[in-house]
Design a binder for this molecule. Sequence first.
Ligand SMILES: Cc1cc2nc3c(=O)[nH]c(=O)nc-3n(C[C@H](O)[C@H](O)[C@H](O)COP(=O)(O)OP(=O)(O)OC[C@H]3O[C@@H](n4cnc5c(N)ncnc54)[C@H](O)[C@@H]3O)c2cc1C
Length: 303
Amino acid sequence: MTEQERKALAKLVTEPPKFNEPMRHHTTLRVGGPADALVTVHTLDELQKVVQFALERGLPILVLGEGSNLIVKDGGIRGIVLRLSGELTRINFDTQEIEVGGGTYLPHLLVKAAQRGLSGLECCTGVPGTVGGALISNAGTAEEFIGGKVTRVTVLTHEGILRTVEKDELRFSYRSSNLKELGLVIVSAVFNLSRDEPKAIMERIHRRWRYRWETQPVNMPCAGCIFKNPPGDRAGRLLDAAGLKGVRIGDAQVSTVHANFIVNLGNAKAKDVLALAELMRETVKAKFGITLEYEVQIVGEDE
Ligand SMILES: Cc1cc2nc3c(=O)[nH]c(=O)nc-3n(C[C@H](O)[C@H](O)[C@H](O)COP(=O)(O)OP(=O)(O)OC[C@H]3O[C@@H](n4cnc5c(N)ncnc54)[C@H](O)[C@@H]3O)c2cc1C
């Protein structure tokens, strides 16, 4: 990005963009090289202006949620990394159909909905991402997903046009959706939730939380499950049976708590994480003949 482009970009937004910003500060695994520009937009108007600016100059855009499903390579990201804030994180509770900004932090949404006696998103308990990130990968458990509760999604298309996509056009399956094709940015989503006692909903959330604390390395830097479950089995079970728990490359380690998680012991680089992930895949392939598919998204450039 040229100096001129940097100056022009800064004029479009109220919060000063961060240039050459290390992405390890913005991913839950704490790895990733510098983004050319990290731009936080607080309004729909700012978002549209920045997207238009990028489209006119052919600058790539990556929308960042909480970075909880990302491995950003050590060479970082060229172009603009876009983060949604302010009015793009609002929750509108006017009816049982709630409208939520794409940048809304899911754990916050779950608690707010529970307090108002609205149930249906408990499958996302402990998913430390945003509504936009969760919709892209249809986050949830192995059995229940966020996509099941959505009635419509408003996106900014790859051409920069605001468009509302109705439920019948949305496709959700296990850790997958068609939203990347439908839009560049998930601006907001409407969920249809059901009524229940706030206390009962909070109890369900707490129960799921306890289970996570017992079975996952939630207090360590990680990016959730590295691989999707193959049909009829669990990636964690296969990786554990292959003897991979505790295996290390640099400061990247296969969690000793859950074999489908890689944790950062302190100074892991993305190249360590990726080498370890490939070792995990190759070992499972050699032992069980099953090729694991990545659940985390790998973005950016090599160093
Ligand atoms: C401890 C831990 C536990 C986890 N447990 C689970 C779990 O149980 N189930 C589960 O499904 N996942 C789980 N995850 C993974 C992760 O939290 C989810 O995939 C989450 O939905 C990612 O959201 P995010 O906002 O962090 O997205 P990011 O990681 O920031 O981005 C992921 C993708 O979504 C895109 N994206 C993000 N926001 C937008 C937007 N507004 N518009 C367009 N594109 C966007 C990004 O460009 C990227 O392609 C876990 C992760 C951790 C660290």
